[in-house]
Each structure stands twice: as structure tokens, then as C-alpha cells.
Design a protein. Structure first.
Lengths: 274, 242
């Protein structure tokens, strides 16, 4: 469980969040999205405890102990690690900090990363997998993943997501992801949060969101609907609308098309830039 | 954490010992020594003390070098470690090495050198507390040099004031006590500024987080300078008269 209450945060004079509140129940898989610079990664860093709020509080499940960071796995977009250490040294360091009796390095061996290799010599994909294996070793109750898996190859991405699925099958882990490749995680996500100007613009269960966001192919503009974005063609237009409720659907002239998560997020973000 | 920092401290020691690569210069030096008749023991003592000074400043100035070099502050702050645990893990191994080196100097050079031990503490902790504000080792060295330069007038003034309070100079204990007070007077505002800044430090750009540091350090240094200036003339007259 993550409970954010009255959170304010700024980078110098640039205010990112003002009186921001959010509650993510235990075991929920949540996707946070929004345009660049809206504060998605900042929110993740605040949850991870590497940024400190100017005001407000971030609370975790009391069962997580005095220092919740011991049970938070954070994979940031910069993959921060002691790069000068070798894999073996980094594992040794990680084990000592978290007082781990052992370390399962099967994931590292699986991706053929030598233990004597320095972290700075690893590719982004290898670093991501190594970071994931460190994070999984602490048996996290909360997993925070920034948009890093965009930049790894298809095979390692598959390995990465398989590990997340395995983890979710074992126990109820709260997962917060930021702009992860939507197609890859569509089957995992339960809740979608869209940030806009430091506030929550959309907060919906994924099934409800899919039911409410539609593409309408029509020759005339559906004025009675909230249009997120539109694409004009010579003889018709495509309108991305939200919320498209059942009673409104009856009034629509044209074809109503269901959208997948990628298209839904693109419609919202496209609307932001329009 | 402590093991990693111990290895880092030993690495810094070895880097400090790189001064040994100046051995070729020793040949030239040797000829000079032979020509002037200087005793070898004195040269060794000087070299040892120089290494100690270099290590004290270098070890202090580089306590956050691994985090800066590896951009690992985010990883460090995500670990379940309190800020005091981090500072202890960083300072302790480096300080223990410094103390061992310093105690060895008593063996090599004679116990008289122990009276100057406070200066090494000043150099180490001064460089460590400046390390949060300045990224560059050269700038840190400049800061420590200022601190070192301020130490002597501070010591003079405090010796004078302590003698007024009845402390008998020039006894060794009074000398060490005055040195300790001078070092503390310089180090307390620095360390306080360091600690209060580090306690709240996060991964925001460091320049956005230095308000506390400077708001403690600058008025303290101005106050200290005023304090020294106030008693400087009297202390100098007292020293000359003694």
C-alpha cells in the first residue's frame, strides 16, 4: 500500500506537485503516464525515498517495517549503481546492506553476464536485468519501475517482464510503472493514472478506461463528446473521445472502435500536445 | 557498506602513496643532501608528514567521490540506510587509517609529533565537510588551506584567552587543549553545515540544496573572523611578551 497525502514538491522555483494525494492499495499494478516533464519519474523517486517532499507525507504498509526502503525495489530511468564495482562486488555490497543470507544469480547467469565484469561495461539491457536481479533479491513488497525497459532489446524485455509476472504470481506486490511499453504490460496493468500539470487528470481501472475511451470514425464532429485528439482525413475524421458512456454511444453517427492501452495513452498524450 | 568504504579508504591511501613515484627525484635530492650535509632521518620525517597531510586532505575530500563518479547517489539513497549510518561508514575507515598512520609517525618521528595531531583531524574533517559543497578536489584543497591558515590566528587568540582563564602556558596539555578548542571552533560550524545539509540531501541538483549549508557556514565564518580580529592584537602582544 502506498498512500500519498498533501504532497508538495518543487525543483527550485519550478513547482511539480502541489497538495497531491494518491492511494495505491496493496497488490495493485498501476501505470502512471503523462507527457514529458509532468513529474512521473519525480513521483516514483518520491515513493522510492530518493527525493524528499517539501510538504506532505508518503506512507507505506506498516508491516513493511521502520524503513520501508528495505522492501521497496526501485529501477530508475538512470539505473543508478556503483558503476566502478564488478558484478560480484556489487552483489556482495547489496547482500551486506540488506543482510541477505544468499543471492540468486540465475537471472544474471541466464543473460550471460560475467561476475567479474564491471557494471560500467554492461549494456543498458544487461544493467537493467542486473538491477532487476538486485531488486528481486530483497523480495520487494513494492516495485517501482521507470520507463527504462523501452531501451532494452526484445529478448531481455521478455525476460524482464516474465520475472515481474513470476513475482506477481508468488505474492501480492504493489507495482507502479511509468510509461513502460504499453503493449508489453497491457495484461498486467489494473489501473491507469494520467498526470497533467502535477495533478491526476485520469484515474481509472483499465477495463473501465477501455470501455470509456473510444475512437469514432465519422464525417461529422461529435460535439456532445469530450474529444481528446483528432486526426483529419480527406473524407472523414478520427475522434478519440473520453468518456464515451453507453447513453452517449447511442447518439454517435459513425463507427465506434475499441482501443488498446497504447492507443488510449497516445490519445490522452496527443490531446496534451494538441 | 563498511567493507566497501574500507576498500575505498585503502584505495585512497594507495593513491596518496603514489607520491613514491617521485623516487627519481630522490636521486637529485640525494646529491643535494650530500652536498649540504642534511641528515636522511629529517628528510624521511618530512616526507612522512607530507604523506600524512596529503592523505588527510585527500581522504576527506573524496568521501563522496564514488557516488559522484558513478552517479550513484540515487542508489545510495534508495538503500535502507540512515544518514548517520552512511556518514559513519564513510568517515570511520578513512579516519582509522589516518589515526594509524599518525600513531606510526610517533614511532618513526618521536612522540613530540603527537602534539600536532589535532591539525590532521582539522584537515580531514575540514575536507570531508567541504566535500558536500565542492565537487573539485582542488577547490576543496583551497578551502582546507583557508581553514589551515585560520587555525594559527585562532589558536593564538584562544591560547591568549585561555591563559587569562588561568591555563598555564607553555605546558603541553595547555597547548593541546588550545589546539583542540581552535580546531573545534573551526570544525563545528563546518560539520554542522555538512550534517544538516546531508541529513536532508536527496537526488535533486546539489546547487538547489545548499541553502542550509551556506546559511550556517557564512555567518559562522564571519563571526569567527570578527572574534579573531577582536583579540588578535592582544594575543600577538601576549605571545611576543611570553
Amino acid at each position: 500500500m502506498i498512500e500519498i497525502e498533501g504532497l508538495s514538491f518543487s525543483y527550485g522555483k519550478t513547482m511539480i506537485f502541489r497538495d497531491f494525494s494518491l492511494r495505491i492499495p496493496k497488490g495493485q499494478v498501476c501505470l502512471i503516464t503523462g507527457i514529458n516533464g509532468v513529474g512521473k519519474s519525480t513521483l516514483l523517486r518520491l515513493m522510492a525515498g530518493v527525493l524528499r517532499p517539501a510538504k506532505g507525507e508518503i506512507r507505506f504498509d506498516p508491516n513493511m517495517g521502520a524503513d520501508p526502503r528495505a522492501k521497496i525495489g526501485f529501477i530508475s530511468d538512470v539505473l543508478s549503481l556503483y558503476e566502478s564495482l564488478t558484478i560480484a562486488q556489487a552483489i556482495d555490497f547489496h547482500k551486506s546492506v540488506y543482510a541477505l543470507p544468499s543471492f540468486d544469480d540465475s537471472l544474471i547467469r541466464h543473460t550471460k553476464i560475467g561476475h567479474d565484469k564491471k557494471i560500467k561495461e554492461l549494456s543498458t539491457g544487461q544493467r537493467t536485468i542486473f538491477h532487476l536481479s538486485l531488486v528481486l533479491s530483497i523480495e520487494p513488497e513494492i516495485l517501482l519501475i521507470d520507463e527504462i525497459i523501452h531501451s532494452i532489446d526484445a529478448y531481455l524485455r521478455k525476460v524482464f517482464l516474465e520475472q515481474i509476472v513470476q513475482l506477481l504470481l508468488k505474492r501480492p506486490v504493489t507495482v507502479v510503472m511509468v510509461n513502460v511499453n504499453f503493449h508489453d504490460i497491457e495484461h498486467l496493468v489494473e489501473r491507469v493514472i494520467l498526470l497533467k500539470s502535477g495533478e491526476i487528470a485520469v484515474d481509472e481501472n483499465i477495463e473501465e478506461l477501455k470501455a470509456k475511451v473510444k475512437k469514432i470514425i465519422s464525417g461529422s464532429r461529435p460535439e456532445f463528446l469530450n474529444i481528446l485528439s483528432q486526426i483529419d482525413y480527406s473524407d472523414h475524421s478520427e475522434f478519440y473521445v473520453y468518456p464515451c458512456t453507453d447513453d452517449l454511444k447511442e447518439k454517435i453517427e459513425g463507427e465506434i472502435v475499441d482501443l488498446n492501452l497504447t492507443e488510449i495513452v497516445s490519445a490522452f498524450i496527443g490531446g496534451e500536445y494538441a | 557498506m563498511l567493507k566497501k568504504e574500507c576498500l575505498e579508504a585503502i584505495k585512497k591511501l594507495l593513491e596518496s602513496l603514489l607520491i613514491l613515484i617521485v623516487i627519481p627525484l630522490a636521486i637529485v635530492w640525494d646529491k643535494l643532501v650530500a652536498h649540504n650535509g642534511w641528515p636522511y632521518a629529517d628528510i624521511f620525517k618530512g616526507g612522512y608528514i607530507a604523506t600524512l597531510v596529503i592523505y588527510a586532505v585527500y581522504a576527506g575530500a573524496t568521501i563522496f567521490l564514488p557516488e559522484r563518479r558513478d552517479r550513484a547517489f540515487e542508489y545510495l539513497f534508495s538503500l535502507p540506510l540512515t544518514r548517520s549510518q552512511i556518514v559513519m561508514a564513510k568517515v570511520l575507515p578513512r579516519f582509522v587509517i589516518l589515526v594509524i598512520l599518525f600513531l606510526l609517525s610517533a614511532v618513526f618521528i618521536g612522540h613530540g609529533v603527537l602534539a600536532s595531531g589535532i591539525i590532521f583531524i582539522l584537515l580531514f574533517f575540514g575536507a570531508a565537510s567541504l566535500s558536500i559543497a565542492v565537487n573539485s578536489i582542488i577547490l576543496n584543497l583551497v578551502g582546507v588551506s583557508f581553514l589551515f591558515a585560520a587555525f594559527q590566528p585562532c589558536f593564538n587568540v584562544l591560547s591568549y584567552l585561555l591563559s587569562k582563564l588561568g591555563l598555564k602556558f607553555p605546558s603541553v596539555l595547555a597547548f593541546i587543549f588550545a589546539q583542540l578548542c581552535s580546531a573545534l571552533l573551526l570544525l563545528i560550524p563546518l560539520w554542522l553545515a555538512f550534517w544538516l545539509t546531508f541529513k536532508k540531501l536527496d537526488v535533486k541538483p546539489i546547487r538547489l540544496q545548499m541553502k542550509t549549508y551556506y546559511s550556517i557556514l557564512l555567518p559562522s565564518l564571519a563571526g569567527l573572523a570578527a572574534f579573531i580580529l577582536l583579540f588578535y592584537k592582544k594575543s600577538m602582544s601576549w605571545i611576543i611578551a611570553r
